[in-house]
Ligand binder design. Structure first.
Ligand code: PDD
Length: 279
């Protein structure tokens, strides 16, 4: 198949797949999700993403209708149905179906999966960022389907011809970006926001920290501000689909780009791991 859609056991070409209107995703965006890459039919960091999906679901009292092992087997089986092994794997669990009613429905949760062609991009061309106030709720550690403020922030970046929008809370504390985490290097140390309720604990972030440890780059998981961002030696964004991206501009002003040696070492380590694990 070229683009696969899965819904509670049904498998069809994605464009043909029909979803019942009373799925809670339609009423409330009531669900949790994961998005990750697959290369050569090998899903990268599957355990970590499945663990996070179960953590997100537990925080919202959503009971995932399969075990972790069953879900991993299903995802691996679905990948084998594809014409190409380089894929974006997206899956979500929604809190069942029923008439629109805020109270939880009685029935089981619904499992959705989509598989679409995508290859990792090792390009190191720097990107531009804009900044905006973080107007999201206070449960950003849960990977929920409720992404409207993120969608609005991302569109703002796109309209400005930029790659990402860096979000900040009162006191100009940088949290993360609309669909990625953001980190800075200053005086040879990588600073990254702590994994509290204001950010998603990114899997790529964890791999960036591991790469720093391997390369002997000190890591400080402490909040940093917009001023720190603007004055950083390097600015790096991470996500599972773009695991190590360098920024050269913030709100139209040149920024970062002062420690190419550290950026390239981290980039090569992170992409090297991805290639090795998906051979
Ligand atoms: N986004 N922060 C936010 C708000 C995100 O949406 C994401 C991922 C990340 C990075 O998480 P990870 O490293 O686990 O991919 C951080 C995905 C890619 C998305 O929504 O498509």
């Amino acid at each position: 198949m070229k683009e696969l859609g899965y819904y509670n056991g049904r498998i069809e070409e994605l464009s043909e797949m029909m979803i019942p209107m009373n799925d809670r995703a339609c009423w409330f965006g009531d669900g949790v999700y994961e998005a990750q890459l697959c290369r050569n039919y090998h899903i990268f960091t599957l355990d970590e993403h499945v663990d996070r999906l179960f953590r997100s679901a537990a925080m919202l009292e959503i009971k995932i209708p399969v075990t972790k092992d069953e879900l991993k087997k299903l995802l691996n089986d679905l990948v084998q149905k594809m014409d190409d092994g380089d894929l974006m794997l997206y899956y979500q669990v929604t809190r069942g179906s029923g008439k629109r009613n805020h109270a939880f429905p009685k029935g089981p949760a619904n499992l959705w999966v989509t598989l679409t062609p995508k290859s990792i991009n090792p390009d190191t061309t720097p990107v531009s960022l804009i900044t905006a106030e973080d107007t999201r709720f206070l449960h950003c550690n849960i990977k929920t389907l409720n992404l409207l403020p993120s969608v609005m922030a991302n569109q703002k970046a796109i309209s400005a011809g930029c790659y990402e929008c860096v979000l900040y809370r009162p006191g100009e504390r940088v949290t993360e970006c609309s669909h990625s985490n953001v980190h800075i290097i200053r005086d040879g140390v990588l600073y990254t926001a702590p994994t509290d309720h204001l950010i998603l604990a990114g899997i790529a972030r964890a791999h960036l920290i591991a790469a720093c440890k391997k390369l002997g780059i000190p890591v400080s998981e402490t909040p940093f501000t917009l001023t720190d961002l603007r004055n950083a030696d390097e600015i790096i964004t991470t996500s599972s689909t773009a695991p190590c991206t360098r920024a050269c501009q913030v709100d139209g002003v040149p920024a970062g780009m002062k420690r190419e040696d550290l950026f390239m070492a981290l980039h090569d380590e992170i992409f090297g791991e991805f290639m090795r694990d998906t051979q």
